[in-house]
Design a protein around this ligand. Structure first.
Ligand SMILES: Cc1cc2nc3c(=O)[nH]c(=O)nc-3n(C[C@H](O)[C@H](O)[C@H](O)COP(=O)(O)O)c2cc1C
Length: 182
């Protein structure tokens, strides 16, 4: 039987240094994982992108395709944006999809694809008024935003532990969403 396809979409936030852990955890959950990185996150993995291609068995995408190119990835069953940076959250909330990492989930959620997002940023970033507004805007569109106790609660500045990002909570969230019919 073919496995369901999860687009794991990672931004340039601390835990993306360890996104291979997230890929392995999702694969253990039975997903065929396709990794999408924001352009900034792709820079972090530039020297080691081959490892991610080998791990997922798919191209790792970070740029929009050209108009005449065909899709490089299989159709998504579900999408998980994790870690979601403060910048991506606010751009998405404002309807700006200038990265593939935003373009894919922002359209998919209106095409019947279950979409979850788990943020990772500090409390100083999270206190900006735009953050609460953007989370509300995403939720109003049907995105499962995993913040606070059910997901990731922002850490005090300089006290993050990106290696301990709770991938498990993110994967449980998307599993619940898919099971509930999205
Ligand atoms: C080393 C480093 C770590 C960063 N960590 C975070 C982070 O954990 N959370 C966050 O929201 N932004 C973080 N940033 C800032 C984002 O990378 C920046 O806002 C960027 O524009 C995000 O773009 P993206 O969402 O397209 O990946 C970090 C930047 C650097 C250079």
């Amino acid at each position: 039987m073919t496995k369901p396809v999860l687009y794991l979409i990672a931004c340039a936030a601390g835990p993306t240094q360890f996104v291979d852990d997230g890929v392995r955890a999702a694969q253990d959950d039975g997903w065929d994982v396709c990794l999408v990185l924001s352009p900034s996150a792709a820079r972090w993995w530039e020297q080691r992108s081959g490892e991610l291609v080998e791990l997922t068995g798919h191209p790792v995408r970070s740029q929009y395709k050209l108009p005449w190119e065909s899709d490089a990835l299989p159709k998504a069953t579900a999408m998980l944006v994790a870690p979601m940076s403060c910048t991506t959250l606010n751009k998405w909330g404002a309807g700006i999809s200038d990265t593939l990492a935003i373009g894919l989930p922002s359209e998919a959620v209106h095409m019947g694809v279950p979409v979850a997002a788990m943020p990772y940023f500090n409390q100083a970033q999270g206190t900006q008024p735009a953050v609460a507004r953007s989370i509300e805007v995403l939720r109003s569109q049907g995105v499962l935003v995993l913040d606070g106790p059910d997901g990731y609660a922002s850490h005090p500045p300089k006290q993050g532990n990106p290696e301990a990002f709770p991938w498990r909570k993110a994967l449980d969230g998307i599993r619940r969403l898919v099971a509930s019919g999205g």
